[in-house]
Design a protein around this ligand. Structure first.
Ligand code: ADP
Ligand code: ASP
Ligand code: MG
Length: 445
């Protein structure tokens, strides 16, 4: 029996940066590039040591070394010859090993620095998940043993991210790409940590991907609502489930760079990066930008079903079989019908593109008797995100005008309360991101 450690925290306002005098409990997460080789792991250990020396209780969550997960996935694919899909339980058994290696290595390096450290795999705590192998969700984390060791032995816990265990089957599960972020936030919730620090290869959340637009600016704060929309629109700096978790359990989460000098004073480190915060926090009122960021996603493809009879049940007849094949659908657009006929377009993940197209042509087309099914995998999805959209009119018009001025055709549009998404031709991605970034003055403080 496990004690349920998760309980949504009361809706208090999140602390503004860590106090430096008090002892705090921290979860520090280091992504793939931050642990890419032994030198980097040593540097990570120094970041950990700084917090330990400051008197904090520390749990560290690590990703696999950069490229390791890709290699493991590639081996699974190579191993399969006759069948189309592999057993997801065995896929998890393979890909979970990447994080096991880093956790052990970091514990060795920490011990080398005279820090009492111990590594943990998901099943050992345990981190309990659903049974959805390869994209499992965390349902509970038992942090009791770690807390006891913080108190009794001043021990640093190093936890393999990305992996957990299914409660009933006892099998190892993994959380989907980027899942270590979610491991860290869930652990922080379970440990009732004061802050969860996500260390990565950029020093915070930017107005757009800084690798694409050099003028991108670091945001000192961003709300959970906006971060969820940014993540879902393709900003992979944080896994979307991690942000959802942080919002639900009120985990103060900060994105920081692991590439900074580990000897940076704790006070400075505590003010660096980007704090994910709540709209009602006083300092959010200070940052009044209407749009907070531009997100892009080049991993989708568009499918159009042409000339379908415009009658009840048609959308279901098309998208039902897609859902049954476990294919996620994103932007959906149905045209206004003419003469009882219409077109339906939607996007899917690029890895599902061929499968979806085949399924529609072989099963759906003969059934609903549509004219044609076509597709395009050279598209990009671009989104602007901002809480200010709720109170400002004309944001969509400004976005469309900016794209029109560059001669960029909009193929699909979808909106939420704080996000506008367009689908465009892939070759215009960089241009579109740059002009939107400028049009909404995101390059200006
Ligand atoms: P990690 O391996 O540490 O988990 P990721 O590669 O998952 O790191 O995420 C960090 C990367 O996210 C950055 O290198 C950056 O290119 C990309 N990124 C995309 N959008 C943004 C954004 N708005 N702000 C910061 N980084 C972004
Ligand atoms: N190693 C996993 C991945 O590459 C999980 C993570 O890094 O968060 O997606
Ligand atoms: Mg990541």
């Amino acid at each position: 029996m496990y004690t349920r450690l998760f309980a949504p925290a009361p809706p208090a306002v999140i602390a503004q940066g860590l106090r430096t005098e008090d002892m705090a409990r921290l979860v520090m997460k280091f992504g793939g590039t931050s642990v890419a080789d032994i030198d980097r792991i040593r540097s990570v250990a120094r970041h950990v040591k700084r917090e330990v020396d400051a008197g904090h209780e520390v749990a560290v969550v690590v990703s696999a070394m950069s490229g390791a997960t890709n290699q493991l996935v590639a081996w699974c694919e190579e191993a399969l010859q006759e069948r189309h899909i592999f057993d997801a339980r065995e896929y998890d058994a393979v890909v979970a090993t990447g994080e096991q290696v880093t956790a052990g290595l970091l514990a060795i390096v920490l011990q080398d620095l005279d820090i009492n450290a111990r590594s943990w795999q998901g099943w050992q705590l345990p981190i309990l998940t659903t049974n959805a192998h390869a994209s499992a969700r965390i349902v509970d984390v038992n942090g009791a043993e770690l807390i006891q060791r913080f108190k009794e032995r001043k021990e640093v816990a190093v936890i393999a991210g990305f992996q957990g265990v299914h409660k009933e089957t006892g099998r190892i599960t993994t959380l989907g790409r980027g899942g270590s972020d979610t491991s860290a936030v869930a652990l922080a919730a379970a440990l009732k940590a004061d802050e969860c620090h996500i260390y990565t290869d950029v020093d915070g959340v930017y107005t757009t991907d800084p690798r694409l637009v050099p003028e991108a600016r670091r945001l000192r704060h961003i709300t959970f609502e906006e971060m969820i929309e940014m993540a879902s629109a393709g900003s992979k700096v944080l896994q979307i489930r991690a942000v959802e978790f942080a919002g639900k359990y009120r985990v103060p989460t900060r994105v920081l760079s692991s590439l900074t000098d580990p000897a940076l004073p704790v006070e400075q480190e505590a003010q660096a990066g980007t704090l994910i915060t709540f709209e009602e926090d006083p300092h959010m009122a200070m940052e009044k930008a209407v749009i907070s960021g531009v997100a892009l996603n080049r991993n989708e493809a568009k499918i159009t079903v042409h000339g379908v009879p415009d009658r009840p049940g048609i959308a279901y007849a098309i998208l039902g079989p897609i859902a049954d094949a476990n294919i996620d659908v994103d932007v959906i657009v149905q045209n206004v019908g003419h003469d009882g006929m219409t077109d339906l377009s939607f996007t899917v993940h690029r890895t599902d593109y061929a499968k979806a197209l085949k399924l529609l042509k072989s099963q759906v087309q003969p059934h609903i008797k549509c004219r044609d099914v076509t597709g395009d995998d050279r598209i990009a999805k671009l989104s602007i995100v901002g809480l200010g959209m709720r109170s400002h009119a004309g944001i969509a018009a400004q976005m469309f005008r900016t794209l029109a001025e560059e001669g960029i055709n909009i193929q699909m549009i979808s909106t939420s309360e704080i996000k506008i998404t367009v689908v465009i031709e892939e070759k215009y991605t960089e241009l579109a991101v740059r002009v939107l970034h400028k049009a909404f003055e995101l390059d200006q403080e």
